[in-house]
Design a protein around this ligand. Structure first.
Ligand code: CU
Length: 649
């Protein structure tokens, strides 16, 4: 639905009678949509207490001009602040100027602050570590170049060194490589090629050439320099045996589009000092990787485009948290599309829901399944309807995590397709042979839907668009969705919630805040609302207050330990012990491209204690990975307390 113009009309003109009529109509159509009538009427309606109690309430967050950044990534830190990361923010000028942004929003005080951002973390991966730091790895090394802007043919040149003597060799930017036809190519950056390694197998010695890759651009413009087959190139300036031992090889040199290139920089963002702290680099450069926390607290980085914009062919790697460095994981070779949604299950396996975002083969690696990291075996989970529409889907581990059920929402065909689906599906991973079963359809086909776990065991779904990046869909020039739903696992139904007022599609995100509200940010439409000019990045921020915030007095989660051990029972004070029925630990979200594999809601057993409640923390690391959580107490009406930060060890 397109945003409607809102003519101003003084609210005092409205009589209570009109309000009653409108409410009657709302009950009749059973959805909070302004089907007709004035904007003022709409305002009047959505601000009534009875309306908020049923549908919740949206508010625009005032953001000072200096802090309106392109929100590409967002994470809720254990200080209660929201880290909003743009990096270069999908803005070529900012990238070329080296302008990289991150800001912190404090929802308790409604204040913003700037965070120095050393490199371009745009489209990095991230996840929380057991110590509460946010691991941020990968990002952008280079922006894409469209075919129409490529004047000089270019390709990735592998420089090989077959000599074990002489150590590594560095060739400066602009080094000339000449093909058999005499055409010349110039290296785009400096490149250092290691010496060959000699290995003895008994009496036999095998030499493995040292090699390094670098972009090379044709010295002359035009198609004459295109080479559509593998070929060898001589490196200028070499003498003697070097001429034989050191040479370039390239699969092809083309004038095709050059994709974004990944970066290998890695940081732990420390919520206490509010700074990025550099760690060891990644083994591979990665653009659009997913970082998945493992039961040990280490992290697996999966998928992405390499520094030359090529899909990584299944190379994955592990972050060793105690050493703050990345190591190759050659035994876990497996191909996934970019930003694969990998949910950690109780037994330590990762469930690939099928949801992903961005790039990858349209045939290989898109099948949902359970990935056993001990054996690298992959057990396919069948049954997903619209299996070709998992790009730009979102998925969550449904609350509570003990149920081991994952739900996937919407999605579209691979690439710039206008086709998307309203499909949802649920897989119960505790079954002997898990299968996706249909869930209720969304009201409309949706890509880029934000899905947020709420503390009352429901899931908020908001934003998204039906078309590719908010673009054309079934004749509409702008296809952003304003309908908002709350999915209730207990009844397996969507309930209609108040409409949002800002369209959000690609590069948008939503997070649960400690007080139980939800913040939504970002949106990167392909076109403006008229469907013509390039769209402007959506910088407005909204905050949604769910219906549970309008039901009267909330229970209070009082004093208790700030650190708890898995498998123990701990006391928390509360004046509301008599009406507390449930307790949940919610792991804070860390979201980008509507992919958030961090969020999970863990049920705690509740028994009365002397001054409050005794809460039992489950034992399984795969259920409650170490880290910071928000503790919510939930009363007999399903109303949650405000969250209280607790560290699980
Ligand atoms: Cu992106």
């Amino acid at each position: 639905m397109k945003p409607r113009p809102r003519p101003s009309l003084p609210r005092r003109l409205l009589s209570g009678l009109i309000g009653v009529v409108v409410l009657g109509l709302l009950v009749f159509v059973n959805q909070p949509v302004v089907a007709f009538g004035s904007a003022a009427l709409h305002d009047f309606t959505i601000n009534r207490d009875s309306y908020k109690q049923r549908y919740g309430h949206w508010a625009r967050l005032p953001v000072p001009a200096g802090f309106r950044v392109n929100a590409i990534h967002a994470a809720l830190l254990s200080t209660g602040k929201v880290l909003i990361v743009a990096g270069s923010g999908n803005n070529r000028k900012d990238f070329e100027a080296g302008t990289f942004r991150s800001v912190l929003f404090d929802p308790g005080r409604n204040t913003f602050s700037e965070v120095p951002t050393p490199t371009d973390v745009f489209c990095a991966g991230h996840t929380f570590l057991p110590n509460g730091n946010l691991l941020v790895a990968g990002g952008t090394k280079s922006y894409e170049v469209l075919a129409k802007n490529i004047t000089h043919a270019a390709g990735v040149m592998k420089i090989k060194n077959e000599s074990p003597a002489g150590g590594p060799r560095t060739f400066p930017k602009g080094t000339r490589l000449t093909g058999a036809t005499g055409l010349a190519y110039l290296t785009r950056t400096d490149v250092t090629v290691p010496a060959a390694t000699a290995m003895k197998h008994g009496a036999q010695v095998t030499t493995h050439a040292g090699e390094a890759e670098v972009w090379a651009d044709a010295a002359a413009e035009g198609d004459a320099a295109v080479v559509d087959h593998p070929a060898q190139y001589a490196v200028a300036g070499l003498r003697g045996p070097d001429q034989r031992n050191i040479y370039g090889v390239s699969d092809k040199i083309t004038r095709e589009k050059q994709e974004y290139g990944g970066d290998k920089t890695s940081y732990e963002f420390d919520p206490r000092t509010e700074r990025y702290v550099r760690t060891g680099d990644m083994v591979k450069s990665r653009w659009y990787p997913t970082l998945a926390e493992l039961p040990s607290g280490d992290v697996l980085a999966v998928s992405g485009l390499d520094e030359f914009g090529r899909m990584l062919p299944g190379d994955n790697e592990r972050y060793v948290k105690d050493q703050r460095r990345w190591v190759d994981a050659p035994r876990l070779k497996r191909v996934f599309p970019t930003y694969p949604a990998l949910h950690l299950m109780r037994d330590g396996r990762l469930f690939f829901s099928g949801a992903n975002s961005g790039y990858g083969s349209d045939t290989v690696g898109r099948t949902p399944g359970l990935w056993d990291l001990g054996t690298n075996k992959f057990k396919v989970v069948p049954g997903l309807r619209d299996p070709r529409m998992t790009e730009t889907s979102s998925s969550v581990l449904l609350p509570p995590a003990q149920d081991q059920r994952v739900m996937i929402f919407g999605g579209g065909e691979v690439g710039e397709s206008a086709v998307s689906t309203p499909r949802t599906a649920i897989a119960d991973l505790d079954e002997a042979t898990p299968t996706y079963r249909p869930g209720p359809d969304l009201p409309q086909p949706a890509r880029y839907l934000s899905t947020v776990l709420l503390p009352d065991d429901t899931v908020l779904t908001t934003g998204g668009s039906s078309g590719y990046r908010g673009g054309e869909y079934r004749g509409r020039t702008r296809s952003d969705l304003f309908n908002v739903q709350i999915y209730r696992p207990a009844s397996n139904r969507f309930e209609t919630a108040a409409e949002s007022t800002v369209g959000r599609n690609y590069h948008s995100e939503a997070l649960l805040l400690p007080d139980g509200r939800v913040i939504t940010m970002g949106g990167d439409p392909l076109y403006d609302p008229a469907g013509k000019d390039p769209g402007a990045f959506e910088k407005r921020i909204e905050v949604y207050s769910p219906p549970y915030l309008f039901q009267g007095r909330r229970p209070t989660a009082g004093a208790g330990p700030s650190s708890v051990q898995r498998g123990t029972t701990v006391d928390f004070a509360t004046p509301d012990a008599g009406r507390v029925r449930a307790a949940r630990l919610l792991r804070p979200g860390a979201v980008t491209h509507v992919t958030d594999v961090d969020q999970r809601s863990v049920a705690l057993d509740v028994t009365p204690s002397a001054h409050g409640v005794a809460l039992s923390i489950p034992k399984a690391k795969g259920l409650v990975p170490s880290g910071w959580y928000l503790l919510f107490l939930i009363d007999d009406k399903g109303v949650p307390s405000a969250g209280r930060w607790v560290r699980v060890r």
